[in-house]
Design a binder for this molecule. Structure first.
Ligand SMILES: C=C1C[C@]23C[C@@]1(O)CC[C@H]2[C@@]12CCC[C@@](C)(C(=O)O1)[C@H]2[C@@H]3C(=O)O
Ligand SMILES: O=C(O)CCC(=O)C(=O)O
Ligand SMILES: [Fe+2]
Length: 369
């Protein structure tokens, strides 16, 4: 059974031609990038009656607020999270430096079909007939091999910043996990895989840098198509240009506004499984802007590759039967690579008794063009 992320994904190579159009230079959206139908659900923006919760992590009631946000939104923003502002600026700066390299240089570090790290289009691109208006760079483990291809003489700064950022994100994600678990009444005794110190020391994670160049006709293009993350949770830093939208109550897209210094936290599919459906993963997408370049950095956080994740026994009883079979992150990523938005339903055991519709059911109704 694969114990490394790279081995888990090797079984499902994704063949995408990364040698794509230079999006910065085109004046019109070409047919290859024109999405026929972007109005699957209305997106309110300025008229949104309610907005994504913003939670101060030093608030004594943070755990309760987070639990409520996970149940009702599947996403929230955190402030006072302890990540130094200069590190957020540095990671954004290094991301910008990478994406502003000439296309030919970036392609030297292209992700291989059976690889996980490197430059290229989003993995989910292969499920869509149209191209997305974005490019990405994925880091799993050390970034050195790919960074060296981008900057043969000058890769240290990039690697140092990314490694510092990953270290800080790992600590923050462990803290967020306990705040989430606390809100479900789960303690260290219930989560042995959190390790003897309870710090989720052997958790796995991937860092994904996303770049969304300005687009001449943003209503016809899609930055990153609607998806849920296969994670326990994702921590996202976005620059000052908005674009991230979440599907609220299965009926409308709500923009997550950039707040200086705040970080966005998403519930992923594995947390939906672990919480036995109490905290559903959030369907989200990124739209693009006519004149502004958008950048985001996602820290995709999951359990150790080979730990079986199943509904926590404290959350299972006669009224709440287990909704999912157990699955490792490694197996789940392979399933996602094969079945995309049907992955969660494919590990489902039975329909919920409370009649609530799981987010995955909405996926099947999202028009993908
Ligand atoms: C660990 C992973 C999650 C991810 C697939 C991947 O193997 C590496 C990149 C991740 C990412 C980032 C952009 C959106 C997403 C759906 C994708 O295409 O690649 C996620 C994947 C995921 O969460 O399933
Ligand atoms: O750019 C964004 O806001 C979303 C990125 C995202 O969803 C991802 O990397 O998984
Ligand atoms: Fe995502």
């Amino acid at each position: 059974m694969p114990s490394r992320l790279s081995d888990a994904l090797r079984a499902h190579p994704v063949h995408i031609n990364h040698n794509h159009l230079d999006l910065e230079s085109v004046r019109e959206v070409p047919d290859s990038h024109a999405w026929p139908q972007l109005s699957d659900y209305p997106s309110g923006d300025l008229f949104d009656a309610e907005s994504v919760p913003v939670i101060d992590l030093t608030d004594l009631t943070a755990s309760k607020l987070i639990g409520h946000a996970c149940e009702t939104w599947g996403v929230f923003q955190v402030t006072n999270h302890g990540i130094p502002m200069h590190l957020l600026e540095d990671v954004e700066g290094e991301g910008r430096r990478l994406f502003s390299l000439p296309a030919q240089q970036k392609l030297k570090a292209a992700r291989s079909p059976d690889g996980i790290s490197g430059y290229g289009l989003a993995r989910i691109s292969s499920f869509f007939p149209k191209r997305m208006w974005s490019e990405g760079f994925t880091i799993a483990g050390s970034p050195i091999e790919h960074a060296r291809k981008l900057w043969p003489e000058d890769y240290n700064k990039f690697c140092d910043v990314m490694e510092d950022y990953e270290k800080e994100m790992k600590k923050l994600s462990s803290r967020l996990m306990w705040l989430m678990m606390g809100s479900l009444g789960i303690t260290k005794e219930d989560m042995k895989w959190a390790g003897p110190k309870g710090d989720f020391g052997s958790a796995s994670a991937v860092l994904q840098l996303n770049s969304y160049p300005p687009c001449p006709d943003p209503n016809r293009a899609m930055g990153l198509a609607a998806h849920t993350d296969s994670t326990l949770l994702t921590v996202l830093h976005q620059n000052s240009t908005s674009g991230l939208q979440v599907l609220k109550d299965g009926v409308r897209w709500v923009t997550v506004p950039p707040l200086s210094g705040a970080l966005v936290v998403n519930v992923g599919d594995l947390l939906q499984i672990l919480s036995n459906g109490r905290y559903p993963s959030v369907l989200h997408r990124a739209v693009v802007h006519r004149t502004r370049h958008r950048l985001s950095i996602a820290y995709l956080y999951g359990p150790p590759m080979n730990v079986q994740i199943s509904p926590l026994s404290k959350l299972v009883d006669l009224k709440h039967p287990p909704l999912y079979r157990s699955v490792t992150w490694s197996e789940y990523l392979s399933t996602k690579a094969k079945h995309f938005n049907k992955a969660l339903s494919s590990v489902r055991l039975c329909a919920p008794l409370n009649g609530f519709v799981e987010v995955n059911d909405h996926h099947n109704r999202v028009k993908v063009g």
